[in-house]
Design a protein around this ligand. Structure first.
Ligand code: SF4
Ligand code: SF4
Length: 122
């Protein structure tokens, strides 16, 4: 089994589907060219239309990011906390929290918070 954050294994983590990680006020989800192509195709849009209407320039101006609502909620999060583009979501979403976290992630994610009891460095 793959080792993940601070000794946690992927089998240890049971996502609660709370959507908190998709509602981070200053969070951004960068999208690569390949991710733009696959999300646009999934949504039945041209890449130009998708870029113009569903992405914006990252604060550091180094890439495009998915749009979010003013409160930080990703525009693809549904009212029941599901990802509307789950099957094609960006790698950043796909790999959290198994391949990366931020210093405040355990404050955002209740399941990571629970694991912090077992893996105090998290
Ligand atoms: S693309 Fe999906 S998983 Fe990623 S932040 Fe948006 S709703 Fe969450
Ligand atoms: S915050 Fe954690 S438990 Fe909630 S949806 Fe995200 S990964 Fe799952």
């Amino acid at each position: 089994m793959a080792r993940t954050v601070e000794g946690m294994t992927s089998g240890d983590f049971k996502c609660r589907c709370c959507g908190a990680c998709c509602r981070i006020k200053d969070g951004i989800v960068r999208v690569s060219e390949a991710e733009i192509a696959r999300i646009a195709a999934f949504l039945g849009k041209s890449e130009e239309d998708f870029i113009a209407n569903e992405t914006e320039v990252a604060p550091d101006r180094k890439s495009l990011v998915l749009k979010s609502h003013p409160d930080g909620t990703c525009v693809y999060l549904t009212a029941d906390n599901l990802c509307r583009i789950n099957s094609v979501k960006p790698d950043k979403c796909r790999t959290f929290p198994f391949e990366w976290t931020n210093p405040g992630s355990a404050e955002v994610c209740p399941e990571l918070s629970r694991h912090r009891l077992c893996f105090p460095k998290l």
